[in-house]
Design a binder for this molecule. Structure first.
Ligand SMILES: [Zn+2]
Ligand SMILES: [Zn+2]
Length: 164
């Protein structure tokens, strides 16, 4: 596969991913600490909840970040493009349609219509690639809402318990 080289991130990009992964954990702790204190929940429980919810959100956030960073790279010349550029400034590759070609046996993915695969079969255009970013971003938002909902339910239950 041609993807091996494109998946490698630079050091700065890896740092961005790390920040994206860590910030939901910090955020979860910030949200859960006062809530936990209010409910009289033990510190250990708060930390456990933080790791579970923040960790899951952090994983998803890191996943989206990696996908976005890779999407900004030209698949043909590896140049890092601007967000939303229509054509690669270096090699003129169509960044919107991202044409790809392969023979029926999928021996290799070609980014140019070079007519023939190494095996001699004719190349055919492949369906366009779509990043996973949008779907995961929606899932991420749902996860955040779920966290809010769970905390809300927990709060309501505790208040009910206390009222009885
Ligand atoms: Zn290019
Ligand atoms: Zn082939």
């Amino acid at each position: 596969m041609q993807d091996e080289a494109t998946t490698r991130l630079t050091r700065a990009e890896r740092r961005t991913v790390l920040v994206a992964a860590a910030s939901p954990v910090a955020l979860a702790l910030l949200v859960l600490l006062p809530v936990g204190a209010m409910l009289g929940v033990g510190f250990g429980e708060v930390v456990a909840a933080t790791l579970v919810y923040g960790g899951l959100l952090g994983l998803a956030a890191a996943f989206v970040t990696v996908d976005r960073l890779q999407a900004r790279r030209c698949p043909r010349c590896r140049r890092r493009g601007e967000r939303g550029e229509a054509r690669c400034a270096a090699c003129d590759y169509d960044r919107v349609e991202q044409p790809r070609f392969a023979c029926d046996e999928r021996h290799a993915i070609h980014l140019d219509d070079v007519a023939l695969c190494d095996c001699g079969r004719r190349l055919k255009p492949l369906p366009p690639v779509r990043g996973v970013g949008r779907e995961v971003a929606v899932a991420l938002k749902l996860g955040a809402w779920l966290l809010v909902l769970l905390v809300g339910i927990g709060l309501a239950l505790r208040l009910l318990e206390r009222g009885l």
